[in-house]
Ligand binder design. Structure first.
Ligand code: GLU
Length: 470
C-alpha cells in the first residue's frame, strides 16, 4: 500500500514553526516510504479562515521546499461529499438527528459540572423513532457505549480511551454545516491517508475519529502525535518569542535548509548527528524516533546551522535567496560582481543573509562615508605615499586577477620598504570605507577597477582635507 500523509492546516494565521515542523515530519515520512504527501486546507471555520492565511501557508510551504503531491484540497469545496456521507450514516443508523434545544444541552452541562462529572450529551435522542417535523436539529454520531478505543501512537505508544468518556459527537450543526472532526475523518478516508502526523493537541480527537472511521468501515490510519515546541523560556511558543512565522525566518536571513535542518532535529534525532542534507533526512527519518517530550526553541543553534549552510551550499543557490535581501535592503545588484562570487568571499563571516547583504553593499554602490574609527587609524598622512603608489600600479595593470592584485600590493610594499599591512590597511579603508573585508585581492577583484581607482582618490582627498584642517 502506498504511504500517504497529509498536512492539514486551518487557515486562521500564518504558517508557524510548530505547523512547519509537523508538515516537515509528515513530508519526510511520505518521502522516506516512497509515498505521497497531501496538502489539505481545513477551512470549514468560515469566520476564522481567511484567504490571506491560505496564501501565507502556501508561501511558507513553498519557501520551506515542502512540495505537495496532491492538493491543496479545500474542505469548503467538499460539503456535498460530507452531506452524502451523513445521509448514508443516518440511513445505516450510525448517526441520528438530535432535537435537544441548546438550553437543554446547556442545563445538562451545568448540572454535570456541578456534580463534578465530565460534560457529555446524555443520548436522549439516540433511539428516537424518525420524526416528521421541521423542528431544528443537529446530527450526532452514535458513539459505541461500551468498550475501548485503542491505538498505537508512533510517538506516545499505546493509548486507550474508554468509550464511556466519549459522548455522541455533533457531526452536522443546526445550520447544516458539517463539524471539524467529521470532515477530517471523511477526508482522511477519501484521500487514502495511511499515516496521520499532527500536533498532540489533537490527541483527544483521535478516538472519536477512529470510531467514526470504524462506523464507515474505513481503514484506520496510523497516528503520530508530535509534542509541542516551547520557547527558550519553557513557555509555549508564541508571538512573544519573536520569530514564529516561517516567513519571518526568511525575513531575518535564514536559509530554508537551515530552518528545515533545525526543525527536523527539534524533536527527532538520529544518533548524535546534527547536520542532515535533505537526502539524509529523507533516508533516516522515522516516526518512531520522534521525541515524546516537548522541545525548546534555541535560536543559537539555528544561527549555527544557518552559518553552516551559507558556507557550504552552492553559492549560486544561496544567491537565489540572497537576492531577496539585496532588494529588501535596496541594493541594486545589476551593476557589480555576480552575487555568487560575493557569497564565496563573504560566507565565512556571515551569520544570516541579512548580514551578508549588508556587508556586501560596497561591492555595488559607493559607501556613504568612511567608518570614523577606521579612517582615523588608517587614513593618515603617512598612508598617502602608499595609496598614491598602489593607485598608480593598479591603474597601470589590466590583469585584475587575485594573483596579480596580490602582486601589486606586494610590489608597492617592497618598493616602499614597508610591511604589507602599511599598504593593505589604508587601501582596504579606501576601497570599502571600513577596516573589515575579505582578503584584499578578492575584495579588489570584486569591486572592479572602475570603482576601486576613484575610491583611492576619495581616500587621498580625505587625507588632504584632514591635513588642511590641522
Ligand atoms: N486543522 C488542524 C489544525 O490546524 C489539523 C488537523 C489534523 O491534522 O488532523 O490544527
Amino acid at each position: 500500500m502506498t504511504v500517504k500523509t497529509r498536512f492539514a492546516p486551518s487557515p486562521t494565521g500564518f504558517l508557524h514553526v510548530g505547523g512547519a515542523r509537523t508538515a516537515l515530519y509528515s513530508w519526510l515520512h511520505a518521502k522516506n516510504k516512497g509515498g505521497e504527501f497531501v496538502l489539505r486546507i481545513e477551512d470549514t471555520d468560515l469566520e476564522r479562515s481567511t484567504q490571506e492565511a491560505v496564501d501565507a501557508i502556501l508561501e511558507g510551504m513553498t519557501w520551506m521546499g515542502l512540495a505537495w503531491d496532491e492538493g491543496p484540497y479545500y474542505q469548503t469545496k467538499r460539503f456535498d461529499r460530507y452531506k452524502e456521507i451523513i445521509a448514508q450514516m443516518l440511513a445505516e443508523g450510525t448517526a441520528y438527528k438530535c432535537y435537544c434545544s441548546k438550553e437543554r444541552v446547556n442545563e445538562l452541562r451545568e448540572a454535570q459540572e456541578k456534580a463534578g462529572e465530565a460534560a457529555r450529551y446524555d443520548g436522549k435522542c439516540r433511539d428516537l423513532a424518525p420524526r416528521d417535523t421541521d423542528e431544528p436539529y443537529v446530527i450526532r454520531f452514535k458513539n459505541p457505549k461500551e468498550g475501548n478505543v485503542e491505538f498505537d501512537d508512533h510517538v506516545r505508544g499505546h493509548i486507550t480511551f474508554s468509550n464511556h468518556e466519549l459522548d455522541d459527537l455533533i457531526i452536522q450543526r443546526t445550520d447544516g454545516t458539517p463539524t471539524y472532526n467529521f470532515c477530517v475523518v471523511v477526508d482522511d478516508w477519501d484521500m487514502g491517508i495511511t499515516d496521520v502526523v499532527r500536533g498532540e493537541d489533537h490527541i483527544n480527537n483521535t478516538p472519536r475519529q477512529i470510531n467514526i472511521l470504524k462506523a464507515l468501515n474505513a481503514p484506520i490510519p496510523e497516528y503520530a502525535h508530535v509534542a509541542m515546541i516551547l520557547g527558550d523560556d519553557g513557555a509555549k511558543l508564541s508571538k512573544r518569542h519573536g520569530a514564529v512565522s516561517v516567513m519571518q525566518f526568511r525575513d531575518e536571513g535564514y536559509l530554508p535548509e537551515a530552518l528545515k535542518n533545525y526543525l527536523v532535529r527539534l524533536g527527532w534525532s538520529h544518533g548524535d548527528q546534527e547536520i542532515f542534507s535533505e537526502q539524509e533526512m529523507i533516508e533516516m527519518f522515522s516516526l518512531d524516533a520522534i521525541n515524546k517530550a516537548p522541545s525548546a526553541f534555541n535560536t543559537e543553534k539555528l544561527v549555527w546551522l544557518n552559518q553552516h549552510y551559507i558556507k557550504t551550499l552552492d553559492p549560486e543557490y544561496v544567491a537565489e535567496h540572497l537576492v531577496w535581501h539585496m532588494n529588501n535592503q535596496n541594493i541594486d545588484t545589476t551593476n557589480g560582481p555576480a552575487l555568487s562570487d560575493v557569497i564565496t568571499a563573504l560566507a565565512e563571516r556571515a551569520k544570516t543573509l541579512v548580514d551578508l547583504a549588508a556587508s556586501s553593499r560596497y561591492f555595488y554602490e559607493e559607501y556613504e562615508e568612511f567608518d570614523p574609527t577606521a579612517a582615523k587609524k588608517h587614513l593618515r598622512p603617512v598612508a598617502k605615499e602608499a595609496l598614491v603608489l598602489v593607485q598608480q600600479k593598479l591603474t597601470e595593470t589590466d590583469d585584475w586577477s587575485d594573483e596579480s592584485l596580490h602582486q601589486v600590493i606586494q610590489d608597492t610594499a617592497d618598493q616602499l620598504e614597508v610591511g604589507m599591512g602599511k599598504v593593505g590597511m589604508p587601501l582596504r579603508v579606501a576601497i570599502t570605507g571600513a577596516s573589515q573585508s575579505p582578503s584584499l585581492d578578492i575584495t579588489l577583484r570584486l569591486i572592479g577597477k572602475e570603482r576601486a581607482i576613484p575610491r583611492i582618490s576619495r581616500a587621498l582627498e580625505f587625507i588632504a582635507a584632514r591635513e588642511a584642517a590641522q
